[in-house]
Structure formats: C-alpha cells, structure tokens
Design a protein around this ligand. Structure first.
Ligand SMILES: Cc1cc2nc3c(=O)[nH]c(=O)nc-3n(C[C@H](O)[C@H](O)[C@H](O)COP(=O)(O)OP(=O)(O)OC[C@H]3O[C@@H](n4cnc5c(N)ncnc54)[C@H](O)[C@@H]3O)c2cc1C
Length: 466
C-alpha cells in the first residue's frame, strides 16, 4: 500500500493560505499579458502553450501568439472549503498532485494528464465521477477571464458576468482566456477498489448503469469491446487494499478489464489509469509491443508523447501516405458524444453498423445543477446522458466524400437528442451548428465581451478548415 504524501505544514502552507506570493506572482503575469493586448495586435490572437489535446487539423495562420506558459501554478488548496484556486494553464497532472497532498482531488479530473484546467472548461471535460458531479465546468465556482482588449473580468454564477460564466464552457477561447479558476474538490482515500462487470447485451448494460448511478459508489465508467462484450467498471474508495496493480509501465489497464473481475489501485494510479496508454490509442504507435514499451520507458508512456506523435503524423500525413500506397483511403473518426440514456442502445446499434471499431469508452454524466443550463453546451438538467468516446481511423477501398463517417455520427447524435464535443473535426453547416450551439446567446456574449471580433468566431474556429 502506498500511503498518501504527508500534508504540508509550516511557512509554505501559511504562505499559500494567505495567498500572498502566489497571488502577487499571478497579478504580475496578468499585467504582462494585459499590456500585450492593450497595445493592440495587428493579427488575430492564439494561445502559445506547450501541450494541446486538440485534434482538428488547420492550416498554419498568421496569428499573434499569446505566451501563457507560465500560468501554470496552483495558487492555493482549501480542503476545508472544498476548493482549489489555480492558474488557467495548470495541467491536471500538477493540479491533482498538489490536491492529493491535502487528501483531496478535483471533483472531476479529465483522464489525460496534459489537459489544463482552462482547456477543460473552455472545451468539455468528463470522467468517471461525472455521474455524480456533471462535466468539469460544473465543478467551477469562479473564473477570471482575460478579454481581447486586455481587460479581465471575474465571473461567478451570481455576479454581473454570470452569462459569461454559463456561456464560457464550449467557447474554445473565442470569448476570452481563463487565467485563474476556483474548482471544487472532494476528499479521497488512499485506494480505489475496482469491479469490472461484464454484460452481454446493451439493454442489460444500460439498465445496470442507470441503477448504479443512483447507488452509493464513487466512480463509474464502461468499456465496450463488442455488441456482446460490455463492461461496467465501478470504483470505490477504500482505506486499505490487499494488493495494488500497476499499469504505469509493463501492464496495460484496458486489457485488465477483460481479465480480472476485481482490482485495486492507489488513488493516483486510478485517476491516471487511462493516461499511460491513452486509453488504448497507444497501439496505433506500436507502444503496446513489449519491446517498444521497454524502449520508451515509463516516463514516455503517456498522452503527451502520443499526442506529439499524432500531431507530427497529421502534419506530414505519413499514415495517409502509407494507406494510399496500399490502395486505401482513411478517415479519422475521433469523437466524444453525449447521448440521453434511453437512446443509448439505439446509438450503439448505429455504431456497430457504421463506425464499428472498438473499444469504445462509455461514461455516464448527470448535469449537477438542476436549474442552470450552460448555454453553449445545453444538456437537459433532468436527463442522464452517456458519453461515448471513440478514436481511430476507418480505412476503405472505395473513396468517400470528406468526413463521410463523421457526418453520419453528427446526424445520428442530433437525431437522438445528444450533443457532440468540438475538440475534433466537425462538418456541420453554419445553420445546423448555430441551431445546436445557441446562436442568440453566443451573439450576445460576443458583442459584449469581444465586440471588435479579435478572437475567431466559434463556427470558424471549430468547423471551418481554411
Ligand atoms: C483523443 C482525445 C481524447 C479526449 N478524451 C477526453 C477525455 O477522456 N476526457 C476529457 O475530459 N476530455 C477529453 N478530451 C477533450 C479535451 O478535454 C479537450 O479537448 C480540452 O479542451 C483540451 O484541453 P487542453 O488544456 O489540452 O487545451 P488545448 O488543446 O490547448 O486547447 C483546446 C481549446 O481550448 C482553448 N483553450 C485552452 N486553454 C484555454 C483557456 N485557459 N481559456 C480559454 N480557452 C482555452 C484553446 O484556444 C483551444 O481552442 C479528449 C481529446 C482528445 C483529442
């Protein structure tokens, strides 16, 4: 058993609690960014940072890079008041490490270590605690947002900028950049006990999922290997464990789901169980091969390495070139969608008739706030949704129109009353897009917070490829 690191005491903790050095450093950095924008930039603006989990190919463009790399500090952890205050580009790896020192974790931690707090809120973030707490943005209490003119506003659900607070999720940096946030935290125990339960058909799988969402467990997600091989994974905090498995190097977590009905992990390893192999996507760069694994070593087996390789490949189109040599044409289908529970069996049927590749990651999500709708990602607060994540390339001998499979997904998701994330390729027409993503509210927010249109428009950024 690995005990949690000791809580920190003494001067440093005091400094964090009074907030002085961290707050001061934050204010200085903020003024630097404000000065860049106040002086006015000729071109449009983009974020300059070291990591990204965005999977849309775009041509390089002439844009002013805003260097936000040093907005990566945790300002303070307040376990008693159940929140952490952090700068916007802090990765969840650093944020979670700091929280665990205080025996708490951010309420919803996206699975990839390099996702940043700001990125998860301006995009959409989810994990196995989402059946209790909703999407990542529902765990946010306050945000300070840098606007295109260099000014900044603090928005909360109650203050004069509440419409920005509720419209910011899914705005992908087109309204402003989060520089600082307060995020909810929950207490942890040292270990998580996992139970992997197999189901042989979609109906029993989703019925059991619904039941578990009402029970007293801590985490719930699922992995679908085929129409008759579906697993629910229940996670429960425990103070002690008879043993702990290790999926950080030689062993592969997603394979264990089929192999063992129960398992134990230290809480940190549970949180990052999907990162070592990027769910199962490490196989696309041969990292499941034991020799390649040994050569890479545990430090490089993570989502940052794979994302770099994938981006390099997208830029140089090596895989596409090899496919064409072999007479195939390929389409990347990298999507996360939310479907209302009662439509999930229908979605899986569609999936196995069209997209077909497996595994598929499945995760229930219940909006936490019953009276509020996040305007650019409007889920019904009374509905239990299920997120399906599927990431691969479909290769065919016959050439199809660009985005053929992604369009089918978009159409089906709409038909079933679901929502699709925008971090990857989208093919919506302008009309369709704004029907889904709330044109009226976005216009209001854009006019109020970026009237000179120095940031791109959401449709241009997320759909257009020019
Ligand atoms: C293969 C794959 C799998 C994924 N799986 C999951 C998953 O399992 N769970 C999950 O929760 N999410 C998942 N995501 C989605 C991911 O959470 C979002 O793409 C998120 O926006 C990435 O955050 P980032 O910090 O890496 O931001 P980036 O990739 O750097 O940026 C994403 C977008 O957000 C904007 N942005 C970034 N930081 C800020 C900021 N501080 N303020 C305003 N705008 C900002 C950028 O301008 C950009 O448009 C996945 C993505 C991919 C590609």
């Amino acid at each position: 058993m690995q005990p949690l690191p000791k809580k920190r005491h003494g001067n440093r903790e005091k400094a964090i609690m009074t907030g002085t050095p961290e707050q001061a450093a934050y204010e200085t950095k903020k003024q630097r960014l404000a000065a860049v924008l106040h002086n006015g930039v000729e071109s449009s603006i983009r974020l300059e940072k070291n990591t990204s989990n965005l999977f849309r190919s775009r041509r390089p463009r002439d844009a002013c890079g805003l260097d936000v790399r040093d907005f990566n500090r945790v300002i303070r952890v307040c376990p008693e008041e159940r929140f952490v205050e952090t700068e916007g580009m802090t990765t969840y790896r650093d944020l979670t490490r700091e929280c665990l020192r205080y025996e708490v974790m951010p309420t919803v931690v996206p699975q990839l270590q390099s996702i940043t707090a700001g990125g998860a809120v301006s995009g959409i973030g989810i994990e196995s605690s989402s059946f209790q707490y909703g999407l990542v943005h529902e765990t946010v209490r306050e945000m300070e947002i840098l606007l295109a003119d260099g000014s900044s506003v603090v928005c909360t659900p109650e203050n004069g900028h509440s419409r920005l607070f509720f419209g910011f999720p899914n705005s992908y940096g087109t309204l402003g950049y989060v520089l600082k946030l307060r995020i909810g935290v929950v207490p942890v125990k040292p270990h998580v006990r996992l139970t992997h339960i197999r189901h042989r058909d979609a109906l029993s799988f989703f019925t059991e999922m619904e039941r578990l969402c009402q029970s007293d467990i801590d985490f719930l997600d699922g992995t679908v290997f085929g129409p008759d091989e579906l697993y629910l994974t229940v996670g429960e905090f425990t103070d002690s464990a008879p043993y702990c498995s290790d999926y950080t190097f030689r062993n592969i977590y997603y394979r264990s789901i089929r192999e063992r009905p129960t398992d134990y992990l230290p809480v940190k390893d549970y949180i990052w169980r999907w990162d070592t192999d990027w769910f199962w996507c490490s196989q696309y760069v041969y990292a499941e091969n034991p020799v390649v694994r040994s050569l890479l070593g545990p430090k490089r087996l993570n989502s940052v390495t794979y994302a770099k390789i994938m981006r390099w490949n997208r830029k140089h189109d090596l895989a596409g070139f090899l496919d064409r040599l072999r007479g195939y044409s390929g389409e990347a289908v990298i999507q996360d969608v939310e479907i209302p529970l009662e439509q999930c069996a229908a979605f899986l049927e569609f999936y196995f008739n069209t997209i077909k590749f497996t595994p598929v990651w499945v995760c229930p999500v219940k909006p936490l706030q019953k009276k509020t709708v996040f305007s650019l990602y409007p889920l019904d607060p009374e509905t239990l949704y299920v997120n399906f994540g599927f990431w691969n390339v479909i290769r065919t001998r016959t050439k199809k129109e660009p985005g053929h499979y992604n369009r089918l997904v978009e159409k089906k998701v709409r038909q079933l009353g679901g929502m699709k994330s925008l971090y990857s390729d989208s093919y919506y027409s302008r009309e369709e897009f704004w029907d889904i993503f709330n044109r009226k509210e976005y216009r209001y927010l854009k006019n109020r917070y970026d009237p000179d249109k120095r940031f791109k428009d959401l449709y241009e950024k997320c759909v257009e490829r020019g």
